[in-house]
Design a protein around this ligand. Structure first.
Ligand code: C2E
Ligand code: MG
Ligand code: MG
Length: 575
């Protein structure tokens, strides 16, 4: 009888010790027995564990609550089902297990027995399978399947935020030749090296995926058109250096097609197809280049990109110049001032007008150094004319919104005046209504500081923006320049006449000078005179001219009233 008991106990023990799963007995919150397999798994000795440690000592803290629930259920006599836990080894490493406990009894009191199975390998295998399903085995990049998920995600987000996104289709030119001449393993290594370089170009939120073969996709959520072009250009740039693979220096030239969401497609298939089409266009137009799917984008963006990069150079290379247009005092016909208008003499593109490059300069922040240069050059030229003995009351300089709001603008103006010696009262800054009305309180501070210095202020393109009359009264503005859109049809459009004459009389009431921009005909001029408009500017007198020609105009004063009307007998109303 006793022998049988001993035999059973040792059999039981031998079974526990040989088991390939962890086995424990637990009571009062501590382990009462742990088998060697569990000891191996956790790295604690059984002496360290038995009667000293409980489940909370080996389970990651985030799962303590779950363990508490399971223990309570076992105590209540509920049989357990296997569940997953993360255990912590003695050395601190964490590994996944499944645990199954069941209610039991030890020394006549409730206890729990349980098994613990290490599932690290199984988890690793699952991960591997997921990777195989989602990632390209060669490069480790997301594959076509994951790319589809990401595109769907991108479209969902873009729909919600009304954002723009871009999809770049990349194909390596003549890649087949590498495979054919050097073998597939060199080809594979080259693809990995290319993928690595491409990866350096994209942002964290972007997806670089391999479609298969030598085709890659870059997904750019939330991106502007020029920025997408910039990414394409950088993809070409990073490929420019030869790749060293298996002792060969290999050159790769990608061709990139860009489709934009939403305008070039609102679903995956359309976006991929159109980016592909654009990529073929890039190949046709000479490989190693990129193309947008929509043709207009190519010229617009390329011009802009070209401008951005050469704008930076333009200042140091002295490519800017100022032209001047006379400002005429209408009662007398005298040139009392000039407006400085910037031009960019580009070495390849010739003379570029400000409407084309000022917006780019504003976006890139280049407007500040350019604007500073304009101020200095205009003040220098004005003082040079005065030193020559020519009479010039006003040098008008246009100021861009960004430039006006930059910290230290007042100091820049003071610096330009100081360096040239020009009296502050002869400098007139032209601001648009939009510039002035934006953040009116801040604006008022800057305007007042300039006003105290003695600098004159004019509202340019007046009538096109929204001006509050209340502010007009508060702002120390001295001149309104009626926008040329109201002058163009002055002879035929009664509304324009009403607007122009309203601005003239309003200006008079507020004691502001009023100048009409864009005066092209004698008829327009005559109408403005009958409205008592004080000043005018426009092709009727002179187009903007270079400094040398302006010197002659200032000296000759060809528009003096009386003389001019004799000179122009065809201008009926004045003859
Ligand atoms: P704006 O200040 O309104 O300048 C007047 C524009 O009207 C000039 O164009 C001038 O050539 C044009 N214009 C003058 N008279 C006539 C006319 O009779 N008929 C027609 N159709 N046009 C006339 P421009 O030189 O191309 O300058 C365009 C704009 O670029 C300027 O408009 C101004 O806003 C901006 N700009 C020019 N120079 C600068 C500068 O140095 N800095 C900044 N921030 N902007 C500038
Ligand atoms: Mg102007
Ligand atoms: Mg204007």
């Amino acid at each position: 009888m006793t022998g049988e008991v001993v035999d059973r106990a040792s059999l039981f023990r031998a079974t526990m010790e040989a088991a390939q799963v962890g086995i424990f007995v637990m009571q009062d919150g501590v382990f009462r027995y742990v088998n060697p397999c569990l000891v191996d798994m956790l790295g604690f000795s059984s002496e360290e564990m038995v009667d000293r440690m409980g489940p909370f000592d080996v389970v990651v803290p985030q799962q303590h609550e779950a363990v508490r629930r399971e223990l309570a259920a076992r105590l209540a006599g509920e049989p357990g089902v296997p569940y997953e836990l993360q255990l912590v080894r003695k050395d601190g490493t964490v590994f996944p297990v499944t645990v199954q406990g069941s209610p039991s009894e030890l020394d006549g009191r409730p206890a729990a027995v349980g098994t613990v199975v290490d599932i690290s390998r199984q988890k690793a295998a699952e991960r591997k399978i997921r990777e195989l399903a989602d990632f390209d085995a060669l490069t480790g990049l997301p594959n076509r399947r994951l790319l589809h998920d990401r595109i769907n995600q991108m479209i969902a987000v873009a729909e919600r935020c009304q954002g723009n996104s871009a999809l770049l289709f990349i194909d390596l030119d003549h890649f087949k030749r590498v495979n054919d001449s050097l073998g597939h393993s060199v080809g594979d290594d080259l693809l990995c090296a290319v993928a690595q370089r491409f990866q350096t170009v994209v942002r964290k939120v972007d997806t670089l995926a391999r479609l298969g073969g030598d085709e890659f996709i870059v997904l750019l959520p939330e991106i502007s058109t020029p920025a997408a072009a910039d990414v394409a250009r950088r993809l070409l740039e990073v490929s420019a250096q030869p790749f060293s693979v298996a002792g060969h220096a290999l050159t790769v030239t990608p061709s990139v097609g860009i489709a934009l969401y939403p305008q070039d497609g609102k679903d995956i298939d359309t976006l991929l197809k159109n980016a592909d089409t654009a990529m073929y266009k890039a190949k046709e137009l000479g490989r190693n280049s990129f193309q947008f799917y929509a043709a207009e984008m190519n010229t617009a963006t390329l011009e802009r990109l070209m401008m951005e990069s050469s704008l930076r150079r333009a200042l140091t290379d002295d490519e800017f110049e100022l032209h001047y247009q006379p400002l005429i005092d209408l009662p007398s016909g005298e040139i009392v001032g000039v407006e400085a208008l910037i031009r960019w003499r580009h070495k390849d593109l010739g003379l570029i007008m400000p409407d084309r490059f000022i917006p780019v300069a504003e976006d890139t922040g280049m407007i500040n150094p350019i604007g500073d240069w304009v101020l200095c050059e205009a003040c220098r030229q004005a003082q040079a004319w005065i030193d020559e003995g020519l009479s010039l009351q006003t040098m008008a300089v246009n100021v861009a919104p960004v430039q006006f709001r930059q910290a230290g603008f007042v100091e820049v103006v003071a610096g330009a005046l100081g360096a040239s010696g020009l009296a502050a009262g002869r400098l007139e800054l032209e601001l648009t209504e939009r510039t002035v009305m934006h953040d009116a309180e801040v604006t008022l501070g800057t305007l007042s500081a300039l006003h105290r210095m003695g600098v004159c202020l004019a509202l340019d393109d007046f009538g096109t923006g929204y001006s509050s009359l209340a502010y007009l009264k508060r702002f120390p503005v001295g001149k309104l320049k009626i926008d040329r859109s109201f002058i163009r049809d002055l002879e035929i459009d009664a509304d324009d006449r009403a607007i122009a004459s309203t601005i003239v009389s309003m200006g008079r009431n507020l004691r502001l000078k009023v100048l009409a921009e864009g005066v092209e005909s004698a008829e327009q001029l005559e109408l403005l005179r009958t409205m008592n408009c004080q000043m005018a500017q426009g092709y009727h007198f002179s187009r903007p001219v270079d400094a040398a020609r302006m010197t002659e105009l200032l000296r000759d004063q060809p528009f003096l009233y009386g003389i001019e009307s004799w000179k122009k007998p065809e201008s009926g109303s004045m003859a």
